[in-house]
Write a protein that binds this ligand. Structure first.
Ligand code: SF4
Length: 296
């Protein structure tokens, strides 16, 4: 490994859809870091990076990644926390050093987007940040409060719609099973309501995988949270897909998911429902356990 790789500050996480992207870290960690199911950034205390250090990393991008990658992902968990002025300066420098780049994306919290002015968001969009990956997890007020997401359904909707108004592609993430057996019906209803209100460009689904030492894992051990079975997980997703009235691309693009889905709504809704019905039937007849994912 050459010296460049040792100097470059790689972000620890990125969405699966950014597997081929150049990864540029503009902050460290998660400024919120309280969600009960998430331990991604627990060992990375939130820290800002100097503009000089970010620009030094941008200078290294062509050497680290070559010129094939046409997309860039900004890490870590909420780049929108930076001021519009700093983000515009970073993006302009990025496109100056890598003029072949076609798409720049970032994780963002809906509440952070909501608090930014539309003018600031439009300036960031014009400077070339094109897509925001926003963790909705659930649209249920009760579930969001339980998992300490730090935003209620109205704030999720307001932040996501503001991102769309500013011209961003909006990618919302849904977490199957996050209400447990106790709140599975509220999770389905609330999630459908928020997704229909936002009509995001992308709906990306993951399945709850309790991480050892996370709050959710402790709640399960204490009997306060009942993890849904694979059958209920697929039933949850079926109810969500059946309730959608959107024009989004819908993807189960994560290894945690049980039924592989990738389609455009509403065109592919019936096909996806049929696949989920097959999944439900399979879970019922084969006693699918938590580790038996990916059977279709
Ligand atoms: S889910 Fe997102 S906002 Fe919540 S702690 Fe993890 S990285 Fe932070």
């Amino acid at each position: 490994m050459n010296a460049t790789y040792h100097q470059f500050d790689f972000p620890p996480y990125r969405p699966p859809s950014e597997a081929g992207s150049m990864l540029l870290r503009v902050t460290h960690g998660c400024p919120w870091n309280k969600c009960a199911f998430c331990s991604m950034y627990k060992k990375y205390p939130f820290a800002r990076k100097s503009l000089a250090r970010i620009k030094a990393d941008i200078d290294l991008l062509p050497e680290v990644y070559g010129r094939q990658a046409r997309h860039v992902f900004l890490g870590d968990s909420n780049s929108l926390l930076l001021s519009a002025g700093d983000l515009v300066e970073i993006l302009e420098y990025l496109y100056q050093v890598c003029p072949w780049v076609e798409r720049v994306t970032s994780y963002a919290r809906a509440k952070t987007v909501m608090k930014k002015s539309l003018e600031d968001l439009e300036a960031i969009r014009r400077a070339g940040l094109t897509r925001l990956h926003i963790g909705l997890e659930s649209g249920s007020e009760e579930v969001l409060a339980m998992i300490r997401k730090g935003a209620n359904p109205e704030e999720m909707i307001a932040g996501s719609l503001k991102a769309k108004s500013a011209g961003f592609e909006c990618s919302l993430y849904v977490l199957l099973g996050i209400g447990g057996m106790e709140l599975t019906m509220a999770h389905r209803r609330g999630t459908v309501a928020v997704l229909n209100a936002v009509n995001p460009h992308f709906i990306r689904v993951r399945t709850l995988t309790p991480i050892p030492k996370s709050d959710i894992a402790r709640w399960i051990a204490e009997g306060r949270f009942t993890q849904v079975s694979p059958l209920v997980t697929v039933e949850e997703e079926r109810d969500i897909v059946a309730g959608l009235n959107v024009t989004s691309r819908f993807l189960n693009d994560h290894a945690s998911n049980i039924v592989p889905l990738d389609g455009k709504l509403p065109e592919d809704q019936e096909r996806m429902l049929a696949l989920l019905d097959k999944g439900i039937e399979y879970c019922r007849t084969h006693e699918v356990g938590y580790a038996d994912y990916r059977y279709l």
